[in-house]
Design a protein around this ligand. Sequence first.
Ligand SMILES: [Zn+2]
Ligand SMILES: [Zn+2]
Ligand SMILES: [Zn+2]
Ligand SMILES: [Zn+2]
Length: 298
Amino acid sequence: MVGEASSSRRKRQRVPSVATEGGGEAENGGGGGDVTRSVTLFELDLLDCPVCCHALTAPIFQCDNGHIACSSCCTKMRNQCPVCTLPVGNVRSRIMEKIVEAAIVQCPNAKHGCTEKFSYVKESDHEKKCSFVLCHCPAPNCNYSGVYKDLYAHYYAKHDDSWNQFKCGSYTSAWLLLSDKVLVLQESGDGPLVVVQCLKEPQGVYVTVNCIAPNAPGVGKFSYILSYSYGHETILIEKGEMDRIQKLSFQIPEKSFLLVPNYFQGTRDYLKMKICIRRLKKDEEKADEEEEEDDEEE
Ligand SMILES: [Zn+2]
Ligand SMILES: [Zn+2]
Ligand SMILES: [Zn+2]
Ligand SMILES: [Zn+2]
């Protein structure tokens, strides 16, 4: 059971370093006069709970046979070791807690240019806001993926679509063929990419608007108003902060969508909408301190 759980997780090849003198020093890359020696751990999975495969955090417990488990797994297993059934949950594995605390890893996006290093338990916090996360090209049949700035340049160079450019603060028409499902708008030149997607379901057409960008502070922060008119009626969705995605999804959205009911569409096979996108001013951003320099003001 336990072996299966840990081997089902992708093998990671990144190399964490475990500082041998003063835990935090490796974080500075060991530069400076005092040489900090570090060790290499080839099995990064050893720093994961063997039961749930999440990064181990203190308190870490062990049974009398030395099998370890994280505290939430101890609770879930009702304090019975999943390997040998001896009690687990009272005795801490202090050495494992120290090792986990001292392990400094490179960002999983290091190969794309991220130079951040952090304690292994902070990895998922960083991954959520890493600006080097891969973003996938939204053009049909294009397999390109890259860091967001490269993706914007790629889209502009390879799929140049001057009809579908937007300018922040102005209304742009967004004509979306139901069979196309996706309309990509790019801010003038090689700026950010916004995708308007539609998904026809029996109850109507779901329309969503997302920016293709990492969830990093300062990148791809927009508000929008999307409206659809039929006859003399108009329905719209207004959102203070556009969601950011790294890849298109064709699932029915759970939130932040405009549902165009069937009676509101007639027999048309397209939606003729209007959209106004605004870049959020820096003071509207929620307490983001490390802002990106390239996210220029309007
Ligand atoms: Zn666990
Ligand atoms: Zn055991
Ligand atoms: Zn990173
Ligand atoms: Zn492409």
